[in-house]
Ligand binder design. Structure first.
Ligand SMILES: [Zn+2]
Length: 246
């Protein structure tokens, strides 16, 4: 198998010396569990200066595949162009097997992401065996509810889950721009289940690869008015029940 390694050089912002780095740009759940863990923990996107020891963060496109669950996340900085290129290849049947040299007969979900934050979130959702389309819908609904409560839009992202709750991390803007607080929002699993059921019923596997807040908005536009109202009620209920821990 080709190694798919990218070598690059950074300049240390503290001492000006070169830092040479080497990272895979495709990691596999089966073949590279160490790197997969590194991405989810964050250290895969860090480099330590050999001269002065300063740790620097960086962002490079790293793609991920989970062969067992047929889930693949393709990272790129220019989604539109690559999306079209991929779509062309996919429909021409020169599919990911060839492109990434993995045996990949059971591709269930293919995702495009634009940065490491999106990649890490997708990987954590996949690891938790949850549906990222539903998570995006939850984030959308909660941000609609909270729009009136805070000074600006809040940022939400999936962190983890337990038996009856999904834990979203948030950044909440306060009066001053300088003051942005974090909180953990506990979403009851009922809301996830309700949305999932609706999604399975309402949309038949659309060919969409960018599953983000635009997707969530699109999804709620598809939903019939009475169903939408029901989901909004569920969302409100979920939000009232949600505990925001600071
Ligand atoms: Zn240095």
């Amino acid at each position: 198998m080709k190694e798919f390694i990218q070598d690059f050089r950074m300049v240390c912002k503290s001492c000006g010396k070169d830092i040479d780095c080497s990272r895979r740009y495709v990691i596999s759940q089966l073949v590279h569990p160490f790197e997969v863990e590194g991405v989810m923990d964050g250290w895969y996107f860090e480099a330590t200066c050999p001269s002065c020891g300063t740790v620097h963060e960086f962002d490079i496109p790293v793609s991920y595949c989970d062969e067992k669950n047929g889930y693949m996340v393709f990272s790129c900085a220019d989604c539109d162009r690559l999306y079209k290129a991929f779509l062309r290849d996919y429909t021409d049947n020169q599919n990911v097997n060839e492109r990434f040299m993995f045996t990949y007969p059971d591709l269930v979900a293919f995702r495009l992401v634009k940065n490491k934050e999106q990649l890490v979130e997708k990987m954590k959702i996949n690891y938790a065996d949850l549906d990222d389309r539903v998570i995006e819908a939850i984030k959308w609904e909660i941000s609609q509810i909270t729009n009136d409560l805070f000074e600006g839009p809040i940022t939400l992202w999936f962190e983890t889950y337990n038996d009856d709750e999904i834990l979203l991390e948030t950044r909440i803007p306060y009066e001053s721009d300088l003051e942005i607080r974090g909180a953990t929002c506990h979403i009851p699993m009922d809301f996830y289940d309700g949305l999932k059921a609706c999604m399975d019923r309402e949309i038949d596997a659309p060919l969409r690869y960018e599953i983000d807040q635009d997707f969530a908005q699109w999804f709620f536009d598809q939903v019939k008015p009475d169903e939408k109202l029901r989901l909004q009620k569920l969302g409100k209920h979920a939000f009232d029940a949600a505990r925001m821990n600071r």
